[in-house]
Ligand binder design. Structure first.
Ligand SMILES: C[S@@+](CC[C@H](N)C(=O)[O-])C[C@H]1O[C@@H](n2cnc3c(N)ncnc32)[C@H](O)[C@@H]1O
Length: 317
């Protein structure tokens, strides 16, 4: 059991957060509001063209094996500005969504939980889980393993937790690993009560592989919960949101982080993620029991702000 606060296999700093990542300089961007070119893709988003498997990286098509390092470079580049940028881009709304996400899961309500927050980045969800359990239920035993593929994001999280009461306690650990293939030795099967992933799954090359791993590491009866950008339902609202995303967010990236390309990727990646019913079906296909394939009470997901983001849940029986 990993109960110590540690950073496994930290990667060396690659570049200054202000540096334009070289791999992104040549990115070909579609026009504002353009829909991604439809491709005959599998549910993982992967295509097979000739003998090379390809996937999407924002609106680009890239070899499947390239995506992981492209995504890693994006988050290496944005790590130090990530929290500030999140606030600026969403005007603070991401905090409300994350609060709502955690409050719905009620960590600590039925005793301490062993949680894993995958693609956990700088620890936003982990901190909320621990605070919620402590403040609402006086639970000081719930623990969270924050897992991320990117050592730079984890380092930011580690620094942040240093200033909290959880530092150096068995309640928090930071671990570097790929959500699609978490080493069995470090992440044994049937271990966790709660698996969370917030704004992370769309960055992974294979969504089914992430879900498969989530299913593996959860205990029977454990809950999978995903907060992710999704598909806006109302066409008028969607077009306003598209205008905002494609013009304001890359501009903020330039002004606040000196990095337009990474933030352009973040916007594009949102548009490439499957809409709510499709993603819910993928969760079911991984073996989870979900609500019906609809939104709201008794459904597999809940829309936030008309679907700008959504919360999908499933239970491993
Ligand atoms: C947009 S951030 C979200 C961070 C945090 N969950 C939050 O809500 O603030 C996405 C995170 O996913 C991580 N990530 C991307 N691909 C991953 C993978 N295959 N396995 C684990 N983490 C991954 C990135 O490194 C990054 O920290």
């Amino acid at each position: 059991m990993h109960r110590t606060l540690r950073l496994a296999n930290p990667r060396p700093l690659l570049s200054s957060a202000r540096a334009q990542p070289r791999h992104l300089v040549a990115v070909r961007h579609n026009h504002q509001n353009a829909s991604p070119a439809p491709a005959a893709s599998s549910s993982s988003g992967a295509n097979v063209s000739n003998d090379q498997r390809t996937t999407h990286f924002g609106f680009q098509t890239v070899p499947e094996e390239a995506k992981e390092s492209l995504v890693r470079n994006v988050f290496d580049s944005v790590a130090s500005s990530y929290d500030v940028m999140n606030d600026a881009m969403s005007m603070g709304v991401h905090r409300l969504w994350k609060d709502d996400f955690v409050a719905r899961l009620k960590p600590g309500a039925r005793g301490p939980l062993r949680c894993i927050d995958v693609a956990g980045g700088t620890g936003d969800i982990a901190l909320r889980i621990l605070d919620f359990a402590r403040e609402k239920y006086a639970d000081r035993e719930t623990s969270v393993d924050v897992v991320d593929i990117n050592g730079e994001m984890l380092k930011e999280g580690f620094k942040r937790f240093k200033k909290t009461m959880y530092h150096n306690t068995p309640q928090i650990a930071f671990k570097e690993a790929n959500a699609q293939a978490m080493p069995e030795a470090e992440f044994p099967s049937n271990t966790y009560d709660l698996y969370t992933i917030a704004f992370g799954i769309r960055n992974c090359t294979s969504v089914p592989d992430v879900l498969k791993e989530a299913y593996r590491v959860l205990k029977p009866g454990g809950t999978f919960a995903c907060l992710e950008f999704s598909r806006v339902n109302n066409p008028l609202f969607r077009s306003i949101y598209d205008q905002y995303s494609f013009s304001v967010i890359p501009l903020l990236g330039t002004l606040l982080a000196g990095d337009r390309a990474s933030y352009q990727y973040l916007v594009e990646s949102i548009r490439r993620f499957p809409p709510q019913p499709e993603f819910a079906k993928m969760i079911q296909d991984a073996g989870f029991v979900t609500g019906g394939l609809h939104e709201g009470k008794g459904g597999a997901w809940i829309d936030l702000w008309d679907g700008i983001a959504s919360i999908h849940t499933g239970v491993k029986l």
